[in-house]
Design a protein around this ligand. Structure first.
Ligand code: AMP
Ligand code: ZN
Length: 451
């Protein structure tokens, strides 16, 4: 297996520390609104990563975190807390907001048939560990206090710019113009924020004798350290995480625990919609439910995502989503046909190997998909393999279901032979309600999915 690694900026051979315990950490969503299709894209690619590892017979131990506290609207430690903002807008408490959107997120997760992480962790369950980490950093001389919080002094962590190839000189020049603060360096970031007199922040914990809350990046350092142990094998996220969130996670975890945080860091690129950034003001923050309302299945969207490579910029539009829907329908009807012509079901091992090799080469799902299109000799058990790898639920029919359908078709043929067209039409209409149509072919009638 080969994967791109942000640490080395190269595609590298992936070997886990322990094949029975491949440790993966995925940065999860901030739960203050419905996930939009851009957010969901990242989890679809990491699902492919996990499924590929399974087919290499690795055991995966994967943690996903839910940011239910302290993520500000800006990466620069100012701006509003996203959850507080959501709560204010919806007239709910921050805790209610978090619970509500966690449930919605998990619903999407299941609708996309994504493999469940080993454990899903809420940031607010790790405040004790966060405080321990801040204490450790302070003991080691990495922090300083300002009037609004405790900051990490990035000049003390020499490799700070390496991960994102940051140009610190440029950052400094920009900061001089843009804002004055008590920060020592433009790239320094809050590990703990104080809640000042009169400040209305509902989520608060006592530390150093005053109320406050953790900086955003802490949770990923403490959760991965607590739940998996460092170094991780793979840490995943979106490209937006590279310059700030992951750079800061590395600084915190490696400075505090004296250990490499992760051997691989893999990021997916962003999708745009009709060439535009996804943003509320453009009204294009489609959620999965919006696509369903327009007649698409969540797995049509999953297939659309996997049609592109995770590192490529993607542009979403409904025309392409319709093409993905048709491709999925076409594949399901190839399977339907196999059910109706039980021939040899010998495994096409060569085909499977090519598909697995292709995906194992830095998750090249688009090429794997064209191989599926261009190979006629794919048997039922090979489709099962395709389903295991991509999680597209292509095989929906069970043997019982197909026997029942065959009997229905026999009944329809018999009705037609007796010129009982009313019965034949009624059978056709009943099937249409189940999204099934009957095609009369030279070798007899066969059923197909309509959508
Ligand atoms: P957030 O809830 O903002 O932390 O985002 C959750 C995940 O979605 C992160 O991994 C982001 O990198 C990712 N993400 C956000 N917007 C997009 C987008 N337009 N395309 C792809 N991924 C995105
Ligand atoms: Zn993270």
């Amino acid at each position: 297996m080969k994967l791109y690694n942000q640490l080395t900026k190269k595609v590298e051979k992936f070997t886990p520390q322990d094949p029975n315990n491949v440790k993966i950490y995925t940065c999860g969503p901030t739960v203050y609104s419905f996930a939009h299709i851009g957010n969901l894209t990242s989890y679809i690619y990491w699902d492919l990563l996990v499924r590929t590892l399974y087919l290499h017979n690795y055991k995966v131990n994967r943690i996903l975190n839910l940011t239910d506290v302290g993520h500000l609207t800006s990466d620069a430690d100012d701006g509003e807390d996203k959850l507080e903002k959501g709560a204010k807008k919806e007239g709910k408490t921050v805790w209610e907001i978090a619970d509500y959107y966690i449930e919605a997120f998990l619903k999407d997760f299941h609708a996309l048939n994504l493999v469940e992480p080993t454990k899903i962790c809420r940031a607010t369950d790790y405040i004790k560990q966060d405080i321990e980490l801040v204490d450790l950093l302070t003991e080691k001389g990495y922090t300083y206090e300002t009037s609004d919080g405790i900051y990490f002094d990035t000049s003390k962590f020499k490799k700070y710019p390496d991960f994102a190839r940051l140009d610190l000189e440029n950052l400094k020049a920009g900061a001089r113009v843009n804002f004055s603060s008590e920060k020592h360096n433009a790239s320094d970031f809050a590990v703990w924020k104080f809640i000042r007199e009169g400040e209305n922040h509902a989520m608060r914990w006592d530390y150093l004798g005053r109320p406050g809350y953790p900086g955003w990046h802490l949770e990923c350092a403490t959760i991965s350290h607590t739940e998996l142990g460092l170094p991780l094998d793979i840490h995943t996220g979106g490209i937006d995480h590279i310059p700030v969130h992951h750079t800061n996670e590395i600084a915190e975890a490696e400075a505090a625990y004296d250990v490499k945080m992760s051997n691989f860091w893999t990021h997916c690129n962003f999708i745009t919609i009709d060439g535009e950034k996804i943003s509320k003001s453009l009204g294009n923050t489609f959620a999965l439910s919006d696509l369903e309302e327009k007649g698409y299945h969540p797995l049509d969207f999953k297939l659309w995502v996997l049609q592109g490579h995770y590192q490529g910029e993607r542009n979403f539009n409904f025309e392409d989503l319709s093409a993905a829907k048709n491709r999925r329908l076409h594949w399901r009807n190839r399977i339907a046909k196999l059910y109706q012509s039980p021939k040899n079901d010998e495994k096409n091992l060569a085909f499977r190997q090519v598909i697995l090799d292709t995906v194992s080469n830095n998750l090249n799902s688009p090429i794997a998909f064209s191989l599926i299109d261009n190979t006629t000799e794919i048997n039922l058990s090979d489709w099962q393999f395709i389903d295991e790898l991509f999680g597209l639920n292509l095989i929906l029919s069970s043997p019982d279901y197909t026997t029942e359908l065959r009997d229905t078709i026999v009944a329809r043929t018999a009705a037609r032979a007796e010129k009982d067209f009313a019965t034949a039409d009624q059978i056709r209409d009943e099937l249409a309600k189940k999204n099934i149509t009957i095609l009369d072919t030279p070798t007899g009638p066969i059923w197909q999915y309509l959508k």
